[in-house]
Design a protein around this ligand. Sequence first.
Ligand code: FHN
Length: 478
Amino acid sequence: MTIRFVHRAILASLIAMSSVAQAQDLKQTAVPGHNTETSEQRAARMAWWRDARFGMFIHWGLYAVPAGEWNGRKDLAEWFMDQTGIARADYERFAAQFNPTKYDPEEWVRIAKDAGMKYIVITSKHHEGFAMWDTKGTDYNIAKRTPYAKGVLKPLADAARRAGLHFGTYYSIMDWHDPSQSPAQPGKHYNPTKMDLARKRAYIEEMKTELAELIRETHTEVLWFDGEWMDWWTNEDGRELYAYLRGLDPNLIINNRVGNSRAGSLAGMDKGEGVGDFGTPEQNIPARGFGPGVYWETCMTLNDHWGYNKYDDHWKSPAVIVRNLVDIASKGGNYLLNVGPDATGTIPAPAVAILGDVGSWLKVNGESIYGTGPTPFAGDRGSYSKTEKSGDGKPKWIPRWDWRATSKKGKVYVHLFEWPGKTFRVDAGDVHAKSAYLLADPSHAPLQLAQNGKTLEVQLPDKPLDPVDTVLVIETRD
Ligand code: FHN
């Protein structure tokens, strides 16, 4: 599904208005008989994921074969079946053409690691219903139906772990191929599918079989559900599935799309009581964070498609990606950035180049991202207008883009996107500064710093060390 980037500020403020209240619910995801987990235990289970901050999303499936093109259309990708209304039997033919001989899981992991990403989440089964491993749940899978004749998930999981990265799997609840579900408009659109309720239990058991295999065979650490917005999938179904999966692996981390509490909203946070461990804003960055104890992760395309589209060269720049990552970390969230490999098993070269540049920035400035907490300052994300109102009559949120902050015990990292000139001045709030230096300056030469009550001033050199983001480190007494 292509989403051209609307003006970031408009989208952020629209979403901001609705997200805060929703986030509170994620804290109380109670699952009967399973939720004896204290918030400390939960924090421990989520620790690696929260500290990682940056991951690679991989959308790969049969839709890579047509590469975005069909009957003159060039805007297609993983929603090929729904956008063309093609019959299942015709779409199945792409399986015979799917033979990714260039697939090199070590190379994919190298690209992710070089980009500074700490975990990988790959589509095990997208809406098309095609399984990327040799599952007993359906014979509509890569081992049974393609000339490649073997799964691609376990080799990637093993390569990721050899490189010290964590591994997760995306799984769609909606299945455009499964006979239990029928297209919304036959011949036109599959989404949102209708479920034959007499076959729902059997489909859920099939899902459990497949998910248990993913846990057992790939030791997936994150289950990234999606395609949950149909009326036949309920929060109760989500709670049951969540308890079943955490029963199989108590360390599992499961997103909030296991339930049906987003109401399909791209804001990605739960409306009312939710299920799952983290919220999933999609193609947007919330205006502010959601406070301690609320986990969330923005997922985003690197161009305009999740799946491979050979015509899509609307790539985001490394600067945009770095600043998105910083913006998200400053609000206490994670960033899951997507690539869509082609049918040969190759990640597009422009994506590899952009990720390489992002990785270069993280090689110098990684400590200001990994394992950090949100900003301790009030003003870096923006402020409420004293005059303008937004749609709901509340003061309008005016985001700012010149700097952000992340924090760790004893340190605050000020990310300067725009150089403030000779002096960086900020209302320090509860921060008590003792010294400052620039992170990219290997000598960490001390900068002149003065704090008079809440006003903190740091004298800066004339020019930034990095035009994308120069990190000013403030060491604190806290
Ligand atoms: O329909 C999917 C889409 O193809 C893609 O997988 C994204 C990724 O988060 N999720 C759904 C749209 O919300």
